[in-house]
Design a protein. Structure first.
Length: 238
């Protein structure tokens, strides 16, 4: 769902650019969910720049925040992989998912803004990257033997387990994308209804407070599932 008034859409309209989607390539590239996706990316780049512009021996300010984020995430992934080499392989993707989805989720709590993750195209795009990455990791670590991950524990069960595993992996695409999209869009719809029916002040506050927790939780779930799938693909089949 999109807010009735979106700041970036109004700005683009004032510049004579298509701001509400359409059939042309430019209109699709400037659709509201894309506008706020670009904004989320810019915020991520700015945060990264602020965190690395001054590398003091005793970190402070944004450097301290970013070092805590990077260090905590690296340690968390290490606990799942038990192998620092594997951790470093998936760390860039996982860290990007974590910060981009977190920033994108929280944008929807600002009046005049929307969460790009409240659009299925955005969450599906992130999901496809995650799914493709862990299959590529499986092929990289195991080669053609990666297919054993789909065969089940007993060779005699392989004809039955293979289609089950294929459907299971397809289900992961739906699970990852729709879970994030569904939670974000439901927050957007509920906030929009409260703003229209109960006013813009006190009534929406409980949902906005709950939204702060939901935004954090959904970013964490997407990140954790991506880690689990990648670790599973890199592990030896059983």
């Amino acid at each position: 769902m999109e807010h009735p008034l979106l700041f970036l859409s109004l700005l683009l309209e004032a510049l004579g650019l298509p701001a509400h989607g359409g059939h042309s390539a430019l209109a699709q590239a400037l659709a509201p969910h894309m506008q706020y996706s670009y904004l989320a990316m810019i915020i991520c780049l700015v945060l990264a720049k602020l965190g690395t512009s001054r590398k003091d021996m005793v970190p402070r300010g944004m450097q301290n925040v970013m070092e805590m984020f990077v260090g905590s995430l690296e340690e968390f992934i290490d606990e799942q992989t038990h192998d620092n080499k594997k951790t470093m392989i998936i760390f860039p993707m996982i860290a990007t998912f974590a910060i981009y989805i977190l920033v994108g989720n929280y944008l929807g709590l600002i009046p005049g803004f929307m969460s790009p993750t409240a659009n299925l195209n955005v969450t599906l795009g992130c999901t496809i990257i995650s799914i493709a990455a862990y299959h590529l990791l499986g092929i990289r670590f195991h080669g053609i033997k990666y297919i054993k991950h789909f065969m089940g524990p007993i060779p005699a069960m392989a004809p039955m387990m293979f289609p089950i595993e294929i459907f299971s992996h397809i289900g992961r695409i739906l699970s990852l994308s729709i879970r994030l999209f569904g939670n974000m869009v439901s927050k957007e719809i509920l906030l929009g209804l409260l703003f229209m029916l109960a006013g813009p002040y006190l009534a929406p506050l409980p949902i906005m407070i709950l939204g702060v927790l939901v935004c954090l939780l959904q970013a964490f779930i997407f990140m954790v599932l991506s880690i689990v799938y990648s670790v599973e693909a890199m592990a030896e089949s059983h």
